[in-house]
Design a binder for this molecule. Structure first.
Ligand code: IMP
Length: 192
């Protein structure tokens, strides 16, 4: 069976992708591949960071591998926090700090359009391939729901009546940026 190293130590991400590829491709975590250390993420684009992370694994293993990077892009803020979504309120900030900062930045703003975007970079035989997933929605004026993580309580996907944090995970995974990007990767891999 084909093996792919996923450049993440996030168990939830490994499980999600492994279940979608079960029986077709074996997903190997960084730890299982014997890789340790902080992977640099210094690009100012999602695509650049995904490539940087996948390249870090390729350079050390010469094995096929992939990495992902996600950002929340808010129209009225010219695409911020974007690639800096994890540390929008500063290094080591919490999800709540990020939400508070975003709500403050959008106080009184009527254009609340936003999108989550995920870019996956697969390196196969040394060549990068990109897969993108995007979901559009709006930023709520206050938190709704307690599920999920990150900006979920203030993100209302278009055509839905509830925030990401009010949805069961299975529903969110079906429509989310990450779910869509993973589906494109899976479609590419199983067609081979
Ligand atoms: P990562 O590239 O997957 O680590 O995502 C970067 C940051 O984007 C996270 O730290 C979260 O703040 C935010 N984020 C990514 N995916 C989601 C999501 O599904 N819901 C809410 N926030 C997310």
């Amino acid at each position: 069976m084909k093996k792919l190293i996923f450049a993440t130590n996030n168990k939830h991400k490994i499980e999600e992708v492994s279940s979608l590829l079960s029986g077709k491709v074996e997903i190997i975590s960084l730890a299982a591949a014997g890789l340790e250390g902080e992977i640099p993420e210094t690009s100012d684009t999602l695509q650049g960071n995904a490539l940087q992370k996948a390249q870090w694994v390729w350079d050390r293993t010469k094995s096929d591998c992939f990495a992902d990077d996600t950002g929340l892009e808010v129209e009225a803020l010219d695409g911020a926090p974007g690639v800096y979504s994890a540390r929008y309120a500063g290094e080591h900030c919490s999800f709540d700090d990020n939400i508070d900062k975003l709500l403050r930045a959008l106080q009184g703003e009527t254009n609340r359009k936003a999108a989550f975007r995920t870019v996956i970079c697969l390196i196969e035989n040394g060549e990068p391939h990109y897969f993108e997933g995007k979901i559009e929605g709006t930023i709520l004026t206050e938190r709704h729901g307690i599920r999920g993580f990150g900006y979920d309580p203030i993100f209302l996907p278009n055509r839905y009546a509830v925030s990401f944090a009010e949805m069961p995970l299975e529903v969110k995974n079906l429509i989310s940026h990450r779910g869509l990007s993973v589906k494109k990767l899976v479609d590419y891999l199983v067609k081979k």
